[in-house]
Every structure is written in C-alpha cells, then in structure tokens.
Design a protein around this ligand. Structure first.
Ligand code: XMP
Length: 319
C-alpha cells in the first residue's frame, strides 16, 4: 500500500525527532492499536523501547500467549509480561456492580503498570495507540455530555502522574488505516483483522462476580463461537462477536441425567464506529450449530440464547 508505506516513513522520522535518545515505554493490551504503535516505534528507535504487557487474565483464549510470542519471537521486541491475573480476578471475585468492576480494573491496571515501569528504571515517554476517533470523540463511552453510561478503561492520568510525555503515532488514523499500517509492518492477519476488544476484557462479559471457573467456561465457549463464525466466512462481515456468561443456571437434560448449568448468551453486531450498532442476522442453522457445539464441548453451559438487541437501546457490551 503506497499511502501506508509513506505514512510509515514519515511517522518513523517524527518519532525519532520527538524521542531523540530518550526511553519509551509502551503498554500492550492484546489489541491491534497498541501492537501497531509498538511495532512502528520499535522500527524507529529499536531498543530504546520497552513494552509492558499487563496480563489481567481477562483476555480471550490463548491471546495472551499470542501477544508474547509475536513480540518476543517474531519481532524480537523487549517485552515485560506481567502475569497479574491473580490480582485482578481476586479483586473482582465478589463484585457484581459493573461500574465498580470497571473502576477496579482501571485502578489495578494503572498501579501494576506504574510499578513495572519503575522496576525497569522508568522512561521519558509513554507510547499509546490512540486513534483519531479517540481524539475527537472523547465522549464515545457516554450517553451524552453529562450522563456516564460506562467509565472508559484507559491509562488517562498516567503520563502526568509518572511525569512522562506522550508518543501517539496513530493519532491521525482511523481503525481501517491502522489495520492497513499493521499489514504494512508485517503483523499477522489474525492480529490485524481482529475484532475490537474492551480494556476491561472478559470481566464485563461475565455479569456478576468473576471467578476463574467462570472465565474458563467463557473463554472456551467464546472460542468455539468465533471458530464457527470464521468457518462460516462471516468474521470480517461482523464488527464484534462474543459470548456472555450469564449468572443464571437452568435445568437441562444430557443423556439420562438432569443438568443444572449456566446460560450463555451470544452477541454479534455490525457497526461503523461502535457508537451505534445492529444485531447481526445469522441464519438459524448457524446459531443451532454454534449452540450444539458449545453445549457438547463446554462443561458448565447447558443453554444458549442469542441477543437480538441493537444499540441503542442496548450497548454492545453487557456491562
Ligand atoms: P458499548 O458497550 O459502550 O461499546 O456499546 C462500544 C465499543 O467500545 C468497546 N468498549 C471499550 N473499549 N475500553 C475500551 O477500550 C472500554 O472500557 C470499553 N468498553 C466498551 C466495546 O467493545 C465496543 O466496541
């Protein structure tokens, strides 16, 4: 892509000019934006960059390993992998209030990130994968100027607290352009084409208290659902698809035995920017296939339902 090749060169020059011989820390989330920012900055300044991946244990199945492998083995970029799952899940265990869950995750993220940054001797710059819509739409997670629908999980306040300057090489780009840049930089397609994923992760797809057992069920069911979507060739036609593990158990029958297990909701939407969304019209045969596989393969789920709510009035995530 000619435009992206040019953007890449110019962005590298700008990063070198801004950073000079300073040190940069970049937080990786597992998502496309921070990964593209990190790879671009590494091209510009090499070992002056250290990435910190705060693994909160709330990512999709196998995605934490994918991040570590991609950065360490594929790109050879210095990466600190902080396994903080116990801290995060421990703090979330008895908490059912969605806003408290979001704020707890945000606070722990900042504390963990800050502690790790200190351990590696600090830095002059903090790199972020901020996109143009994040810059212009500071209200993207609110229902209007004064009503907060959901607190947005980000590292706001961190640069000032840590006395660091921001490096945001993607500030002028939209999501599709970031994906094009990622391809230009050689990031694997599974990474570049990935659906958006919220900072608070699977915690907000697990209404009620979060436990390791529930996360394990949710990760495995979600992976089967996404696998079926990919097999049906629908992944790229959908903005986001995911499973939600409900805190409700219902009665079922398996063989000759009574079961009493959780309900799993499936969600899929189309959208341009996440601000509004339509539920995706799967055919019933697809939904039946996905439900059968999930119930057969994942112990702990005996009923699957499909969410037919658009945004508004629903939000995309359940919390
Ligand atoms: P809602 O649920 O508000 O979500 O309709 C709109 C889009 O934003 C994502 N989302 C988040 N992304 N941090 C993020 O980085 C968050 O705290 C967060 N909450 C929701 C959501 O997945 C959807 O794409």
């Amino acid at each position: 892509d000619w435009t992206m090749a040019q953007f890449r060169e110019e962005a590298i020059a700008r990063i070198r000019e801004q950073v000079g011989s300073g040190r940069v820390i970049c937080g990786l989330s597992g998502g496309v934006d921070s990964a593209v920012a990190a790879v671009l900055i590494h091209e510009a300044i090499g070992e002056q960059l250290t990435c910190i991946f705060v693994d909160h244990g709330l990512l999709r199945l196998n995605e934490a390993e994918q991040v570590v492998t991609l950065f360490r083995d594929h790109y050879n970029i210095p990466l600190v992998h902080v396994d903080a799952a116990d801290t995060f899940i421990g703090a979330l265990e008895g908490e059912a209030d969605p806003e408290v869950k979001r704020k707890t995750i945000g606070r722990l993220f900042i504390e963990t990130f800050e502690a790790e940054a200190k351990k590696i001797g600090g830095a002059n710059f903090l790199a972020q994968g901020t996109l143009y819509p994040d810059v212009i739409e500071s209200v993207s997670f609110t229902g209007g100027p004064s009503v907060t629908i959901k607190s947005h999980h980000n590292v706001g306040g961190l640069p000032e607290r840590m006395n660091m300057q921001l490096v945001e090489p993607l500030r002028m780009l939209f999501k599709d352009e970031v994906r094009a840049l990622g391809r230009e930089l050689g990031l694997p397609e599974v990474f570049v084409g990935r659906h958006p994923f919220p900072g608070p992760g699977l915690a907000i797809r697990c209404p009620g208290g979060v436990t390791r057992e529930k996360l394990d069920i949710l990760q495995r069911a979600d992976a089967i659902y996404l696998d079926e979507i990919r097999k049906a060739g629908l992944y790229d036609a959908i903005w986001q698809a995911f499973a939600v593990l409900l805190p409700v158990q219902t009665v079922g029958v398996m063989g000759d035995a009574r079961t009493y297990e959780f309900v799993l909701a499936l969600r899929a939407v189309t959208s341009v920017d996440g601000m509004t969304a339509d539920f995706y019209h799967f055919d019933m045969a697809f939904l039946g296939r996905a439900a059968t596989r999930i119930i057969n393969e994942v112990r702990g789920v005996n009923r699957v339902v499909y969410d037919v709510t658009s945004k508004p009035p629903g939000t995309i995530e359940w919390e």
